[in-house]
Design a protein around this ligand. Structure first.
Ligand code: GDP
Ligand code: FO1
Ligand code: CA
Length: 333
């Protein structure tokens, strides 16, 4: 079975790992292609960082800090501590030693002319990952966070990402440095229109037996993937069922600030709010089926086949159950 997974960082990585655990536990044939957001990618200390790709690689390679959702398990912080002492202004983005080494390797290989797809494929091979992990595009397509003009300029972080003095922030500056403050007025992907899907991305969606929209942040992870030209169209056109998992459980994100991101987009922070944001494929949207947690189940009728299953990942048993519920949903579509 060929599965194409549209993925951000932690929610996508946990979902990818669950699919991989199911594959191993049931000894089934499952060809997973994770198509990963690059809107969060940035350069820090001269290093090329791809947080969402790395969350997926580390999870599938059994190297990840699964509780935190990013970085390497058991990583040390020798360099980070040195930075904190001697260059505190650069310490807001924490890179563990192994993670830093990984980013050095990526930076070097990109400088030698490899594409992000090629570097990602090399890491996947080095980590013994069977799945195919692909950036949605090899072209830069950073997410820009616009903040209202009323926000006093001195409260803003300097805009390293876009190199302008405008009232906009690079995504990591807003998310990590600002801890999702101030409240944005919009998220943009200004380079997306010129970006091309990476090799294999559109084919993976077209040739899939199932397309899964991970329980990733709909606004700053999944939308930047869909905004790469051809991707949304490929999802709409695929003959495979397209199913999504809710990142919202009990009306709240499991972690992170998806609630703030949804508010910016005018989307209710609920499982059905996210479902309606994606929309039913039969009425011009993307989804043929929706998986939500029982706590969010509402009485029908629903605009599409809907299954309820405990949706918190963590541990082989839980993860396998979620994937079984996903297949049940696919059957019902
Ligand atoms: P990020 O790029 O690291 O922010 O990660 P994603 O965009 O892929 O996913 C973020 C979303 O994952 C958040 O909105 C969380 O609510 C969701 N999430 C995290 N863990 C879980 C989980 O165990 N179950 C579900 N259903 N969603 C989760
Ligand atoms: N997230 C944080 O909240 N604080 C950090 O210091 C941090 C460092 C970091 C380093 C490497 C990496 O791949 C990811 C890292 N993240 C960190 C996660 C991160 O960038 C965000 O969670 C996502 O991009 C949000 O979507
Ligand atoms: Ca992300």
């Amino acid at each position: 079975m060929r599965v194409a997974l549209l993925s951000g960082g932690v929610g996508g990585a946990r979902c990818a790992l669950a699919l991989d655990i199911w594959r191993r536990e049931t000894r089934s044939r499952l060809d997973l292609t994770a198509i990963v957001n690059v809107g969060d990618d940035f350069t820090h200390l001269g290093l090329r960082i791809s947080p969402d790709i790395d969350s997926v690689l580390y999870h599938l390679g059994d190297l990840g800090d699964t509780a935190r959702g990013w970085g390497r398990a058991g990583d040390s912080a020798t360099i980070a501590e040195q930075l904190r002492r001697h260059l505190p202004e650069a310490a807001w983005f924490h890179l563990g030693d192994l993670d830093l080494g990984h980013s050095l390797i990526r930076t070097r290989l990109l400088a030698q002319g490899l594409t992000l797809s090629e570097v990602t494929a090399k890491f996947a091979e080095d980590f013994g990952i069977e799945a195919s992990v692909r950036p949605v595009t090899d072209d830069p397509s950073p997410t820009v966070v616009d903040v209202p003009a009323e926000v006093p300029a001195e409260t803003l972080w300097p805009d390293e990402a876009s190199g302008t003095a405008e009232r906009s922030l690079g995504f990591q500056e807003w998310w990590v440095r600002g801890q999702a403050e101030p409240m944005p007025c919009r998220f943009r992907s200004p380079a997306a229109a010129e970006a091309r899907p990476a090799p294999g991305v559109l084919d993976a969606i077209r040739d899939a037996d199932v397309v899964v929209i991970a329980p990733s942040n709909p606004i700053v992870s999944v939308t930047p993937v869909l905004d790469i030209p051809g991707v949304r169209e490929a999802v709409r056109a695929t003959s495979a069922p397209v199913v999504g998992l809710s990142p919202i459980i009990g009306g709240r994100p499991v972690r992170g600030w998806a609630d703030r991101c949804l508010a910016v987009a005018g989307v209710e922070c609920s499982a059905t709010g996210v479902r309606d944001f994606y929309g039913a494929r039969e009425s011009g949207g993307l989804l043929d089926g929706w998986l939500l947690d029982p706590i969010d189940a509402t009485p029908g009728p629903h605009p599409m086949p809907t299954t309820a299953s405990e949706l918190r990942f963590g541990g082989d048993e839980r993860d396998t159950r979620i994937v079984e519920a996903l297949w049940e949903l696919v059957e019902a579509v």
